[in-house]
Design a protein around this ligand. Structure first.
Ligand SMILES: Cc1ncc(COP(=O)(O)O)c(C=O)c1O
Length: 105
């Protein structure tokens, strides 16, 4: 789809490392996230993980990114962040992208 649309028109790819909405609990096939990372790198597409459900220990590590050993550029987190006691969410951003957004600190 990136090639079809033209890489210059694709800002990001958003993925749940473990799919929860369309297909509950579907884990990625071996090599899937590694390949996804390669494709995003090749086309300079920002890889975003939605770890709203998988974050905070639900995959055995703090984040599924660690469980599967493939890091995104931006990671979205919520739910388990406050154990559901408060409506709290956040994002973690690679330093290079953060500097682009905020300017050097
Ligand atoms: C995986 C995932 N991403 C995103 C969301 C959306 O969160 P919100 O409704 O707080 O925007 C949810 C909500 O359940 C979710 O489960």
């Amino acid at each position: 789809m990136i090639q079809w649309e033209g890489p210059e028109t694709v800002a990001c790819f958003i993925a749940e490392p473990i799919m929860n909405h369309a297909w509950h609990g579907c884990t990625p096939p071996p090599g899937y996230l590694e390949r996804l990372r390669q494709i995003c790198d090749r086309h300079q597409v920002t890889l975003i993980y939605d770890e709203i459900v998988t974050g905070f220990g639900r995959t055995g590590s703090m984040f599924a990114a660690q469980t599967y050993g493939v890091s995104p550029d931006i990671l979205c987190m919520g739910k388990g962040m406050s154990s559901g006691y408060a409506p709290l969410a956040g994002i973690a951003i690679q330093e290079e992208i953060a500097n682009g957004l905020l300017g050097p600190c």
